[in-house]
Design a protein around this ligand. Structure first.
Ligand SMILES: Nc1ncnc2c1ncn2[C@@H]1O[C@H](COP(=O)(O)OP(=O)(O)O)[C@@H](O)[C@H]1O
Ligand SMILES: [Mg+2]
Length: 419
């Protein structure tokens, strides 16, 4: 968990109420919704420690696992001994998942019996059980149905002490939460992890710096807050990179160091989010993004349908929303991260093959990737590996805060064989 959890008092309060209020509270079943980096996993971890503090058992899962039901059974089985409850709950014997090597085949009724048994045992101890499921957007529908049936029986029908807390991308509202066949998820209370406000963002930056023994000048705080636009992930990233770029963080990170931090955070996002996503996309998806970037980052869905054909555009929109690249606001479609849009706008010939083919990386991107990959390599070595001018590598290293702790040069340079 980050040293400071910022701007989430409301959500944390609801989670506390889920444990402390009676079985009828709507907080017993909740789903956290937010884009990547909004802090969903951080909140689930906070919920786990809140549960542990109260002596509750914890079953924590990720729906991106290929065998979530098997993991649920295994984790539930461990709860009584981990939590120090006396006896083996009823219903555990029936829940032996079959099918080693593949996703577990388990009758929904056995899963239900097991969770009922677990929550009953918890209740007898005066405790409860948290079931926390991350990455809900990746939930396999069949597994989702079984889990929904079981949790619904425990929490809603029998009102046993169990909290279900899911987390996933906002797209869930159009998929799992809108599924007529599984109404359980749609009826969970939705908690949106929105952008955190600028006061909270400023507080987070200064507190984080102070915790690490540094300081930020007020003009630097302002610049970083604007650059991060309320994203907890970006706030951490711009803060971290400003620190790296600062000559002496303890005496105060100055404005141009903060600016270098913002640039480095942007490169970081390109390397870690934009490029990996872009490489996996097909031609239609790339065309749609290029069109959207040409339009400044947002467009009416109807316009995309006109240009790309209705079904092709609709399928791409779905994929890109699930990948966390785009979001829909009413009829408008837009990029979730400006960085993605800016990057696309800078690509040569947005209508040409550079966009629909895999674009070559810019010199700067290559330099940043190489500097990051090996923090002991000298600039000369990186220059040899990448074919980029040594002086340019040095400049990028200083600009992006990768200049610290690098050997000046090697007396006997080792010639690297290019792959
Ligand atoms: N409320 C918060 N306060 C401070 N930092 C946060 C907060 N939420 C998230 N972060 C930071 O942002 C990063 C991304 O958060 P994470 O929970 O992984 O996002 P998500 O699961 O929504 O993609 C974390 O590693 C953490 O450093
Ligand atoms: Mg996460």
């Amino acid at each position: 968990m980050p040293p400071v959890v910022s701007g989430r008092a409301d959500a944390l309060g609801r989670i506390a109420a889920a444990y402390d209020d009676g079985p009828r509270t709507p907080y017993r079943t909740m789903i956290l919704l937010g884009p990547r980096g909004s802090g969903k996993t951080v909140m689930l971890n906070a919920a786990r420690s809140q549960a542990a503090t109260r002596g509750w058992g914890v079953v924590a899962l990720s729906a991106s696992s290929s065998d979530i039901v098997g993991e649920l059974v295994a984790a539930a089985r461990d709860v009584p001994s981990e939590a120090g409850w006396g006896r083996r709950p009823a219903g555990f014997g029936s829940a032996e998942p079959r099918g080693a090597g593949t996703a577990s085949v388990l009758h929904a009724a056995s899963l239900t019996r097991m969770l009922v048994g677990l929550a009953t045992a918890a209740s007898e101890e005066g405790r409860g059980v948290l079931v926390a499921v991350d990455e809900l957007q990746s939930m396999d529908p069949a597994a989702g149905r079984d889990i929904a049936v079981a949790v619904q029986e425990v929490v809603r029908n029998r009102q046993l002490p169990m909290v279900f807390l899911g987390a996933g991308l906002p797209e869930l509202e159009d998929t799992l939460l809108d599924d007529d066949a599984i109404t359980f998820f749609g009826r969970c209370l939705r908690v949106r992890l929105d952008a955190i406000n600028s006061d909270e963002a400023a507080h987070l930056l200064t507190e984080t710096a102070a915790t690490a023994g540094g300081a930020l000048r007020s003009e630097s705080v302002a610049a970083l807050v604007v650059a991060a636009r309320g994203s907890p992930y970006l706030l951490q990233s711009v803060g971290f990179h400003s620190w790296e770029a600062a000559a002496d963080p303890a005496s105060g990170i100055v404005e141009h160091e903060a600016a270098a931090g913002v640039a480095a955070a942007r490169d970081d996002m390109i390397a870690h989010i934009v490029l990996p996503v872009w490489r996996r996309l097909g031609t239609s998806d790339r065309e749609l993004l290029a069109l959207l970037a040409e339009r400044g980052g947002a467009a009416a869905a109807g316009l995309l349908h006109q240009h790309l054909g209705r079904w092709r555009a609709a399928a791409s929109l779905d994929r890109l929303a699930r990948a966390g690249v785009l979001e829909r606001h009413g009829r408008e479609v837009r990029f979730i991260h400006d960085v993605f849009c800016d990057w696309l706008q800078q690509q040569p010939g947005s209508d040409g093959e550079a966009i629909s083919g895999v674009r070559a990386l810019s010199q700067k991107e290559v330099a940043v990737i190489a500097l990051r990959a090996d923090d002991r390599a000298s600039y000369g070595e990186i220059s040899r590996r990448t074919g980029i001018d040594r002086a340019y590598v040095g400049r990028i290293a200083r600009e992006t805060g990768f200049s610290q702790d690098r050997p000046r040069s090697h007396p006997h340079p080792v010639v690297q064989a290019d792959p």
